[in-house]
Write a protein that binds this ligand. Structure first.
Ligand code: DGL
Length: 268
């Protein structure tokens, strides 16, 4: 039973893994957190594309049947340059996130993401393709990823930082806020308090899980739902490219299983 390969620069992609496990409980998952090279969000498109290629080669080398780029930065910068072997599905997170936002917005969308994702303009382009009427304001939030990796999710310091980042978006009177980095759903409670109930938060994880479920079925790669975890066989295996004490603590919180074993791997 080949697993689905999923990667991110760190713990953020596990928010997508949690959604995949809810939507596809029978499927096994092999996760790679590229902790040695995090953050991706401050790096050039060439570098992020190179890291993305290496990560995918690693996952494919371990026998995955499909790959999910659970990182907005890598999806925005690298996805269009990648060509996998025929029959090996590959999904990013930008398009599903943009679709989810376009479906709920009343017209004014805010996007928060890493610097590289904002610079790529991937979200505004995807949103306007879907709904040319939308006005889109973006804001890079580079301090969020280290705060999440540190585990400061619902914290006074994080709230102060978030207030500052979100102020221009609130001034622009947004009605929808896209969490355009897979780390950010972990800050949902802080962000929701700051933006208030009139702004809908869009986390692409559930939308990505749905796209993967449909894609696996179309490709003839989905497991029958009676197999896998329900039958006791689905596994989740976590790999990191550098030691990850805080990774382990945060991963345990996201996946609801403390002390998850981590395999330390080299991806070059
Ligand atoms: N979680 C990633 C994203 O969705 C990247 C964070 C980073 O490494 O900067 O963009």
């Amino acid at each position: 039973m080949d697993p689905i390969g999923v990667f991110d620069s760190g713990v953020g992609g596990l928010t997508v893994v949690a959604a995949l496990r809810r939507r596809l409980p029978a499927e096994s998952i092999l996760y790679l957190g590229d902790t040695a090279r995090l953050p991706y969000g401050s790096k050039s498109p060439e570098t992020v594309t190179r890291y993305t290629r290496r990560n995918i080669e690693f996952l494919v080398g371990r026998g995955v049947k499909a790959v999910v780029i659970a990182c907005n930065t890598a999806s925005a910068l690298a996805l269009e340059h990648l060509h996998l072997a025929p029959g090996m599905p590959l999904w990013g997170v930008i398009e599903p996130g943009a679709r989810a936002a376009a479906a709920v917005s009343r017209g004014r969308v805010g996007v928060i993401a890493t610097e590289a994702t904002v610079r790529s303009d991937a979200y505004p382009q995807a949103l306007r393709r879907l709904r040319p009427d939308l006005s889109v304001v973006s804001r890079a939030c580079p301090l969020f990823v280290p705060l999440v990796e540190e585990g400061w999710h619902d914290d006074e310091v994080t709230a102060r930082v978030a207030e500052r980042y979100l102020a221009p978006l609130l001034e622009a009177d947004i009605d929808t806020l896209v969490l355009g980095c897979t780390h950010y759903p972990l800050l949902k409670s802080v962000l929701a308090r700051i933006v208030g109930p009139a702004v809908t938060l869009v986390d692409s994880a559930e939308a990505v899980a749905e796209v993967v479920a449909q894609g696996l079925t179309q490709a003839g790669l989905a497991l029958p739902s009676h197999e896998g975890r329900e039958g006791g066989a689905a596994t989740q295996h976590l790999c990191v490219t550098d030691a990850g004490l805080s990774f382990q603590a945060v991963a345990g919180r996201i996946l609801g299983a403390p002390d998850l074993p981590l395999e330390w791997v080299e991806v070059v």
